[in-house]
Design a protein around this ligand. Structure first.
Ligand code: RIB
Length: 289
């Protein structure tokens, strides 16, 4: 069992389901509403923990009931929360999620997630250095992401960046990361609209591109490898990318090859989309074996 430290966001997801996605200026009657633990960081931590990794979270929540709800959920999922700071300045992060037409649209209000700063990282540097792998997403300030990657690179700690939501990445950050897991939209934004295969060839065994129902692509040093998705009945795609990243990290730290880890993570992501909510459908190890 390897040790994973996730540095990232913690949100509460307000999930509305509807047969129809409202257009600008339109009101539609929906079907259901749920309050569900979310946030890309927390989702990835839960995915890794459920799949057997010893998982720690570094992040911030507000001093409010949503913060308590999020922390309790992480603890229930056996994610260690001793490095999650409770801040007074901002409320716990929120996400407004509409699930309609087999897809989702999300607005995130970062709140406490944007209170993450270099001091929070300095306070937890020993934890970072003890990790077999550190996971990052882009729902916390970019300067914190860059600071963590610098520390990891200087100390030879493997670091996986999931560049979501999409934002440009500095070339130096790309060079220092061990793994980067964009979807195709994020890939185009980061690599100046270059074609997927052209970019993959430049970053063998580092860049792993998720393509939704079309599977995953990476370059193994010799050729581009494609892992198709498993065909499932989709209920909600929210958190599929997070499950992929958490599962990929869990497999890599236990010693799987990239090929094995990608196949495993792809299976885990397919499992997740059969249930409503980012974390609700995440598999345990037994589900995948
Ligand atoms: O990736 C899905 C997540 O994005 C949701 O849980 C929501 O909180 C947003 O952060």
């Amino acid at each position: 069992m390897g040790k994973i430290v996730v540095v990232g966001s913690i949100n509460v997801d307000m999930v509305f389901t509807s047969d129809k996605r409202p257009k600008a200026g339109e009101t539609v009657i929906g079907n259901t509403f749920s309050l569900i633990p979310g946030g890309k960081g927390a989702n990835q931590a839960v995915a890794a923990s459920k799949l057997g990794a010893d998982t720690y979270m570094i992040g911030c929540v507000g001093n409010d009931s949503n913060g308590e709800f999020s922390l309790k959920n992480l603890r229930d999922m056996k994610v260690n929360t001793r490095a999650v700071k409770i801040v007074d300045k901002a409320p716990t992060g929120l996400a407004n999620i509409i699930v309609a037409d087999n897809d989702n649209s999300i607005i995130v209000i970062p709140g406490a997630n944007f209170e993450m700063d270099k001091d929070v990282i300095k306070e937890n540097k020993a934890l970072l250095l003890s990790a077999d792998m550190v996971l990052l997403q882009l729902e916390i300030p970019m300067e914190v992401v860059e600071y963590v990657v610098d520390i990891c690179a200087e100390n030879k700690v493997r670091v996986l960046i999931n560049p979501a939501p999409a934002a440009p990445l500095k070339k130096s950050l790309i060079e220092k990361a061990t793994y980067i897991t964009p979807n195709e939209h994020e890939l185009r934004l980061i690599f100046d609209n270059q074609e997927t295969d052209a970019v993959l060839k430049q970053y063998p065994n580092k860049l792993i591109v998720t393509m939704g129902s079309r599977g995953v692509k990476y370059h193994d040093g010799n050729e581009i490898r494609e892992v198709p998705s498993n065909k499932v009945d989709v209920v909600d795609t929210t958190g599929a990318g997070d499950t992929f990243c958490g599962a990929l990290a869990a497999a890599l730290v236990r010693g799987d090859s990239i090929e094995g880890a990608v196949i495993f993570a792809n299976k885990a992501a397919s499992f997740t989309v059969t249930r409503l909510g980012a974390q609700s459908g995440m598999p345990e190890l037994a589900d995948l074996l």
